[in-house]
Design a protein around this ligand. Sequence first.
Ligand SMILES: O=C(O)c1cc(=O)[nH]c(=O)n1[C@@H]1O[C@H](COP(=O)(O)O)[C@@H](O)[C@H]1O
Length: 270
Amino acid sequence: MDIQNLIQQIEKKRSMLCIGLDVDLEKIPKHLLNLEDPIFEFNKKIIEATQEYCIGYKPNTAFYEAYGIKGWKALKKTIDYLNEFYPEQFTIADAKRGDIGNTSTMYAKAFFEDLNFDSVTVAPYMGRDSVEPFLKFDKKHTILLGLTSNQGSEDFQFLKSNDMLLFESVLRKSQAWANSKQLMYVIGATKASHLKTIRSIIPESFLLIPGVGAQGGSIKGVCEFGLNDNYGLIINSSRGIIYASNQEDFAEKAGLKAKAMQKEMEYYIK
Ligand SMILES: O=C(O)c1cc(=O)[nH]c(=O)n1[C@@H]1O[C@H](COP(=O)(O)O)[C@@H](O)[C@H]1O
C-alpha cells in the first residue's frame, strides 16, 4: 500500500486506530471452540464489527505460531480475508524478524509475497544488511523496533554511546537505509515522554504505537508530541479491544471499544 492511501484512510475514517489480532484460544468465547477454525472465525467477526473505526490490523504471529499448522492457516485465511474484502486496511505482520541477509530475504518473501502483508515488524539489532532485504519490496513497509513499550527496553535501548542513546542511534542510522515512506518505527505508547526527541530525529516517518490501554499508554499522551503533518501515527490496541467480552456479544463489544477509541482520536484529525 502507498503511504498516500494510508493518509487518506486516516482522514476518511478520522482514525489512526490499528487493531491487534492477538488471538488466544483461552480468552475467546467458548462457543467458537466448536467451530473448525475458531481463530479465523473470531478474527472475521472482530474485523466485521470494527473495520469502520480503524485503519489497520496487526496480527502478532506468535499467537498463530503457538498453534502450529492450524494457527498458520488461520493467519493466512485472516490476511486473505482482509486483502479480499477490506483492501483499504493497512496490514502489519508483527513478526519482529531480522537475520543475516539471505535469511532476511526469505522472511521478507514469507510476509510480503506469500502472505501479502503491507508491512512487517523487524528487529534492528543485526544492522543494515539484516534490514535491507525487506526494503527491496515496492509499496511494502518495514517497521523497525525503535523504542519499545516494555520495561526491559531500559536494559539496552537507553544505553549511551557516542553521546547518544542506543535507540536514538537506531533512528538516526537507519534513516540512511531507505526513504521515510518505506521505513516506519515502533515506539511504545508508554514512552510518550520521548516523542518530542524522537520527532526531532525522524520528523516524517510513520510510527507504530503499541501499548495504549492494557499497558498504560494514552492516546492523548501519544498525540501531543507524536503527530506530524501527515498524522504519522498508527496507534495499536490488541487486548483492550478484542477481549472486550468473552460472551456471544464479543464482536459487538469490540466494535464499541474501537468506536470509543476512534472518537478520542478524531479530535486530532483535521
Ligand atoms: O511491535 C509491536 O507491535 C510491539 C512493540 C512494543 O514495543 N510493544 C508491544 O506491545 N508490541 C506488540 O503490540 C501488541 C500490544 O498488545 P496490547 O497490550 O494487548 O494492546 C502486542 O502484539 C505486542 O507484541
